[in-house]
Design a protein around this ligand. Structure first.
Ligand SMILES: Nc1nc2c(ncn2[C@@H]2O[C@H](COP(=O)(O)OP(=O)(O)OP(=O)(O)O)[C@@H](O)[C@H]2O)c(=O)[nH]1
Ligand SMILES: [Mg+2]
Length: 557
């Protein structure tokens, strides 16, 4: 029987043994095998404001999972190792992430898919799309800076979707805010109740270690020693002489406060996204990361049911379903291929299986599939709900596509699109490079890295949320498609899709404040110089139906 409290470290192990026993009696071996395979899978995204340490933490998690042998850094000297998730040339040069990356590794008998996201607002659409495919999120906070703008935005997306959030307060090797204040900020700024699972002992030069409240173990930073405090907790005399008197007093005071007035750990609330377990550490120094990973794997939820237009899909359903949440070209410079990232939601993937692409109703054979591992590509023959795999794509897929081998056509919730606010006309500098240019434009549009439109003269107009997207576009055209480009900003700031059966008739609305272009799917879009121009257009042509970018997938497909 489960005799102990939820604070006992053995609690989760016992729950899981009881649970398995129960399942076995109910459903027998075969099904249990599948349920076990699904339950050991975890998909999570790492989110935060730029520079909080997402890529550095991802690298350390990959290292612990044995996915890489040596951790790289986001800024490495010549010939040194770079972080795996910042694989793009421009990321290595600038030391920032400009695109999300997905990698799978195993740890403690769990199969984990980790998604490192870019923190910068300009790449927000990519990050939002990633969040539609995860079962939990890890929010990284810079211990000195606290909660920053972008973290707040991304938190709100997770919270709206009910995604469980784990908090990692990073950079304790530097001067930091008082940890109690950091916790209070989660409550005050985000309205997120939290519970500390680990606790820092000092910070900056005085940083001496981490106390694991659930296991009652102190791990010393410089001395690299583990001290088991057993039932005595921080009042144990074992800590005396091991850490400085002031750190010891602070630790004891903080624990008295948290034990008396802090939130109580409750796994149900954690899994509903209503209580965030908090961890402290230093990703760079690889300290507090193992504690985080071990607890996270026990506390985080396995794959759950997903909403579709034809009801809910459960991970244990026999029918295979999944959706494409990301497309990336040229990940491997030697092969120049394109990968579509597929999250499996139910059923079993078997290489060579026939599926229907819901958007077109077309049947396809999935014969070229790969694991997403840090160091190598390896063909994947079988995969389950809760796995993310790569499918080699020759241009068949679009972001948001759903795949199924069932008879009913399934669409998952539409993925978010952001209305672009910056526009630029582009062309190749050398017209002999026209073919490369068109290929690059086509592929980057398919990735959703930037919005691509064409005007009536077939000129390419790019739409972006932020200026960094243009820079990445230019960089990638030069480096991946060997094409120098000319870019000219155009003075439009608002895009509206138009519902019409006769797109050509829209030409007559064009003037210096309104421009007609066509999107990637040949749908007409009117660009306006500003909100004022849009409003006066609406007043004048009341019968023209304009649609905001966010609704476009729903409304027009
Ligand atoms: N001192 C210290 N520096 C850290 C720590 N973690 C990360 N950094 C540094 O902080 C900087 C940003 O780290 P990244 O891992 O690139 O941050 P990010 O959140 O991935 O940033 P974006 O991808 O641009 O959003 C780098 O210079 C890291 O070396 C830490 O624990 N301590
Ligand atoms: Mg990064």
């Amino acid at each position: 029987m489960l005799s102990s409290t939820k604070n006992n470290p053995l609690y989760f192990c016992r729950i899981s043994v009881e649970y398995k026993r129960l399942l076995f009696y109910q459903i027998g071996w075969k099904e249990m095998n599948i349920i076990e395979l699904i339950n050991k899978r975890r998909i999570f995204g790492i989110i935060s404001h730029p520079d909080a340490g997402k890529t550095t933490l991802t690298e350390k998690l990959l290292l612990h999972g044995g996915a890489i042998r040596q951790a790289g850094t986001v800024r490495a000297r010549k010939n040194a190792k770079f972080a795996k998730s910042d694989w793009m040339e421009i990321e290595k040069q600038r030391g920032i992430s400009v695109t999300s990356s997905v990698m799978q590794f195993e740890y403690d008998d769990k199969v984990i898919s980790i998604m490192d996201t870019p923190g910068h607002n300009d790449f927000g659409e990519d990050t939002y799309r990633i969040l539609t495919s995860v079962d939990s999120a890890v929010m990284v906070i810079d211990a000195a800076k606290g909660i920053e703008v972008q973290t707040k935005k991304l938190f709100q997306v997770c919270s709206m979707r009910g995604i469980p959030i784990f908090t990692f307060i990073n950079k304790l090797d530097r001067e930091a805010m008082d940890p109690l204040e950091s916790m209070q900020e989660l409550e005050d700024v985000l309205g997120l109740p939290s519970v500390a699972v680990t606790w820092p002992i000092g910070c900056g030069k005085e940083f001496e270690g981490i106390y694991d409240r659930q296991r009652n173990v102190v791990s010393l930073f410089k001395k690299k020693e583990l001290i088991n405090l057993y039932d005595q907790g921080v009042s144990s005399s074992k800590l005396e002489g091991k850490i400085s008197p002031s750190n010891l007093t602070n630790l004891r005071n903080a624990m008295e406060l948290l034990d008396g007035a802090g939130n109580v750990f409750d796994i149900e609330l954690v899994r509903q996204g209503k209580l965030s377990p908090v961890f402290f550490g230093s990703a760079l120094a690889d300290f507090g990361v193992t504690e985080f990973l071990k607890h996270f794997l026990v506390m985080s939820p396995p794959p759950s049911s997903r909403k579709t237009t034809t009801g809910e899909v459960h991970p244990t359903d026999d029918v295979f379903t999944g959706f494409i949440f990301k497309i990336q070209a040229n990940m491997d410079p030697n092969h120049r291929d394109r990968l579509a990232f597929l999250r499996i939601c139910s059923g079993t993937f078997v290489r060579g299986m026939n599926i229907t692409l819901s958007r077109t109703g077309r049947q396809m054979k999935l014969s070229q599939s790969t694991h997403l591992m840090a160091n190598e590509r390896e063909t994947v023959d079988t995969a389950y709900a809760g796995d993310v795999i790569g499918i080699y794509d020759s241009g068949n897929f679009q972001i948001g596509d759903t795949l199924t081998n069932g008879r009913d056509i399934v669409f998952f919730e539409p993925l978010p699109t952001f209305p672009p606010e910056l526009f630029s006309r582009v062309s190749p500098k050398n017209s002999l490079k026209g073919k490369n240019f068109q290929k690059g434009v086509e592929q980057l549009a398919q990735e959703g890295a930037i919005q691509v439109y064409r005007n009536e003269y077939n000129e390419v107009v790019l739409g972006a949320v932020g200026v960094l997207q243009f820079e990445v576009f230019e960089y990638r055209l030069v480096n991946e498609y060997n094409t120098d480009i000319r870019m000219e900003n155009i003075e439009f700031t608002v895009a509206r899709w138009v519902k019409t059966d006769d797109p050509k008739s829209l030409k007559r609305y064009q003037n210096s404040r309104c421009m007609l272009v066509f999107d990637h799917y040949e749908r007409p879009v009117l660009l306006f110089t500003n909100q004022y121009a849009l409003r006066s257009f609406q007043d004048r042509y009341e019968d023209v139906e304009l649609v905001e970018a966010l609704d476009v997938v729903d409304e027009l497909e």
